[in-house]
Design a protein around this ligand. Structure first.
Ligand SMILES: [Zn+2]
Length: 260
């Protein structure tokens, strides 16, 4: 059982994500400026640059994992294991109110594997994904924006008969984003059952992110080379002194071989 009370390991995965279809990750709310598109994508307020929120990618990865391990019966958006074990967790809370370390261990052992890795209402997540910023090459940002027409569904009839037209903004295919994903204190069994399948599915180009995925939007793919850094007690000193420059990265195939 690896909790967060002491450092055991950290895996850092770096790569480049590109979108194979247009992506629309909505910013929510509509603009009051009549010259602007109704449904804008998320951007940084300071630079106006689009990005993919790390939390969006994490949500997509969790849904993927929930489908891979349906026997866990833990669907965070419908019924998570914490919800089902609410009473048990409450009893542990009462019993160990003065021993937070014991409490954390007891609750951790109750949770399903998915919640152990992705976190739950009761425990921290072992996965952290930075917001994916657009890449820059020779001073040029590697993305283009576009606008698509949408057709709204008539709320009364449930059909598109009345054709309520609206626009929505997209990031055009072929944009490039930096991926920086961290797994913290991950048990070896979870490297096999979570980390490896997650990177593989990202490489496959099968995952979709954002809105309107049923209309064929949102496919993303981890491209080019993937670098993976494994930080343990053996090299933590170099990492703390020199950052990632202080340790050697592994290629994806070499890394996988270690866990075969
Ligand atoms: Zn769960």
């Amino acid at each position: 059982m690896l909790l967060f009370d002491k450092f055991e390991n950290r895996y850092i995965i770096k790569g480049v994500i590109t979108n194979l279809n247009p992506i629309h990750i909505g910013a929510g709310g509509s603009s009051f400026n009549p010259l602007e598109v109704d449904n804008r994508i998320v951007r940084y307020a300071s630079t106006n640059e689009p990005y993919i929120p790390g939390s969006s990618l994490k949500g997509v990865l969790r849904s993927f994992i929930e489908q891979v391990y349906p026997k866990e019966h833990c669907w965070v958006t419908i019924e998570s294991c914490c919800k089902k074990k609410e009473n048990e967790i409450k009893n542990i809370k009462d019993e160990y109110s003065k021993k937070p370390d014991e409490y954390a261990k007891k609750v951790y052992s109750l949770l399903c594997d998915i919640c152990k890795v992705f976190g739950s209402q009761e425990t921290a997540s072992k996965i952290y994904i930075s917001d994916l910023r657009v890449r820059e090459e020779n001073g040029k940002k590697l993305y283009k924006l576009g606008v698509r027409d949408g057709v709204g569904i008539d709320r009364d009839t449930g059909t598109a008969a009345n054709r309520v037209k609206y626009d929505f903004e997209v990031i055009e295919p072929g944009a490039q984003f930096d991926l920086y994903m961290v797994f913290e204190n991950l048990e070896d069994e979870y490297v096999k059952s979570f980390l490896i399948p997650i990177v593989e599915v990202l490489k496959s180009g099968e995952l979709k992110i954002g809105g309107k995925t049923s209309r064929g939007l949102g496919r993303i793919m981890l491209t080019e080379k993937v670098d993976i850094y494994r930080i343990t007690k053996d090299n933590i000193k170099d990492y703390l002194e020199k950052g990632l420059n202080g340790i050697k990265s592994l290629s994806w195939s070499d890394f996988k071989k270690q866990f075969e």
